[in-house]
Design a protein around this ligand. Structure first.
Ligand code: SAH
Length: 491
């Protein structure tokens, strides 16, 4: 390790910053967040710093740097664009044994600024000792995505109750008590913003722990179920909450539509149980899949486990999520529902087909293409113009769907698209019309999971249009420029 990561307390401590530009300003903002008393030494200040000086939030010395400016300071920062000045600050600070940072110059610095994830009072600092700011930023983004925005609230919740727990529990019982609070129901309630529920569960846990340590044995606490939409397949399309809960789960019940890459984002130690079609075929004969899923969810939750029920797309869009919730509610098992990107939205984005379009489609409808539901559908309504209709579960019955639409009045020239395994690396998109789409799909061997999109928008391909206009090259240039910064600046 080249640097010792420490957290420096700077409340009311004098800090000297040499330089009055935007780079200095970013450092000053950080110092002010920690309550430091900042003095800026610079002939001129940028607009934001001038405003802060005028408001009395920082002290400004409109002078050229002199070593005596560091007298009494606890920390020095040099952020000028002149090497001689930066070197002078560094030397003066070092001769006074004062920690010094020269922005973008590790050789002149005795400390560097890490990239920061701020969920105060929880703070994570990431650094690469100046080797790769881009990698540091990537690491920060990974951690950032995993930490709930409300983590600070959980830290405060615990901080406010530490003393009471110290008085109530023997030292040997405290650690496992707090572990249950952080990883259990109380923690997830605080993170969700349910302060009242968290307090109730906290009191219950505390009483149970007191009983257990005094010799009585309490019943094991009930677990909970997270009904999580995994999105259309690309793991980067998981929501932040889905990722967070996947990291907390003890057991994961997943089905066929959830790809390996998504499962890999879950906690390594979690038990993974496949509950998709065919999972229950065995010597004891077929079993209803849905019934077994209900049974497993209830059983694991009763064992006190945190169960992630991971479903493709969104749990409430052709996902039978409603039935699963009814079962949980009937058994009094707490649950959380996390929405996911439904296949139609993933497919639209990944194939460049906008589902609505000012000139072509004023609405879109998500329909099941399952033949069992056929009679319940209003085919004349689905055949009307100026809309987009997306069929789920329809690949096996394409010819039937197309003939139903056309007998209900849809023209054979109406554009149609098939999108197979949308958002996954092997995605395929076929574009045609009501007249051609069945043959196109058959020739290409399109298989589930795939969607059928009907409507004028199905002829569009926004992505191809952007490429034709040279947009990607421009995007790459912008991205390259954005990567060219230092760790501290990215903090
Ligand atoms: N709850 C899911 C839908 C489950 S029904 C959601 O919100 O997306 C299963 C159907 O979804 C499949 O038959 C297929 O039509 C569609 N589907 C799911 N993932 C898909 C994908 N990656 N590409 C295309 N279609 C998909």
């Amino acid at each position: 390790m080249e640097h010792l990561p420490v957290f420096l307390r700077l409340r009311a401590a004098p800090a000297a910053v040499v330089g009055g530009g935007q780079v200095a300003q970013r450092k000053i903002e950080l110092l002010l967040r920690c309550g430091a008393e900042v003095t800026v030494i610079a002939p001129q200040l940028c607009e934001e710093l001038a405003a802060r000086a005028a408001a009395g939030e920082i002290r400004h010395l409109a002078e050229a740097f002199h070593p005596s400016h560091l007298d009494g300071a606890r920390l020095a920062i040099a952020a000028t664009d002149r090497k001689v000045v930066n070197t002078a600050v560094s030397e003066a600070a070092r001769s006074r044994a004062l920690p010094v940072n020269v922005v973008d110059d590790p050789a002149l610095s005795t400390f560097i600024f890490p990239a920061i994830i701020d969920r105060s009072p929880i703070v994570v600092a990431v650094g690469s000792a100046g080797n790769s700011p881009v990698l540091t930023r990537w690491v920060r983004e990974q951690i950032e995505a995993l930490l709930p925005a409300t983590l600070g609230a959980l830290a405060r919740f615990i901080g406010e109750r530490r003393k009471a727990v110290q008085e109530a529990l023997a030292p040997s019982a405290r650690r496992s008590f707090w572990e249950r609070i952080v990883a259990g129901k109380v923690g997830s309630r605080v993170l969700r913003g349910d302060a009242g529920g968290a307090q109730r569960d906290f009191e219950r846990e505390l009483r149970a722990s007191q009983l257990t340590t005094s010799g009585a044995t309490g019943a094991r606490a009930l677990g909970e179920v997270y009904l999580i939409g995994a999105g259309p397949g690309d793991p980067d399309l998981l929501t932040l909450r889905a990722l967070q809960l996947l990291q907390q789960a003890d057991v994961i019940l997943y089905d066929r539509l959830v790809p390996q890459a998504v499962l890999e984002r879950s906690r390594r130690e979690a038990r993974r149980v496949f509950v998709g079609k065919g999972a229950t075929q065995g010597p004891r004969g077929p079993h209803t899949d849905q019934g077994r899923i209900h049974e497993l969810m209830v059983r694991y939750a009763r064992e006190g486990l945190k169960v992630a029920r991971l479903k493709g797309g969104d749990p409430f869009v052709f996902g039978r999520g409603g039935e699963e919730l009814e079962t949980l509610a009937r058994h009094g098992i707490p649950y959380v529902v996390v929405p996911g990107i439904t296949a139609a939205l993933g497919a639209a984005a990944a194939s460049g087909i906008p589902l609505t379009h000012r000139k072509m489609a004023q609405s879109f409808t998500l329909v099941t293409g399952h033949p069992l539901e056929d009679a319940a559908l209003d085919w004349p309504a689905l055949a009307r113009p100026h809309q987009t209709v997306v069929f789920y579960m329809g690949v096996a019955h394409l010819a039937h769907i197309v003939s139903r639409l056309s007998s209900a009045g849809a023209p054979l020239t109406l554009p149609a698209a098939l999108i197979e395994r949308a958002t996954l690396p092997e995605q395929r998109t076929l574009r045609g019309t009501l007249q051609t789409i069945v043959a196109l799909g058959r020739e290409a061997g399109i298989a589930p999971p795939a969607l059928l999109v009907i409507g004028e928008v199905a002829a569009l391909n926004v992505e191809a249009l952007a490429e034709a206009c040279g947009a990607p090259a421009e995007r790459a240039a912008i991205a390259a420029e954005a990567g060219d910064r230092t760790e501290g600046d990215l903090a």
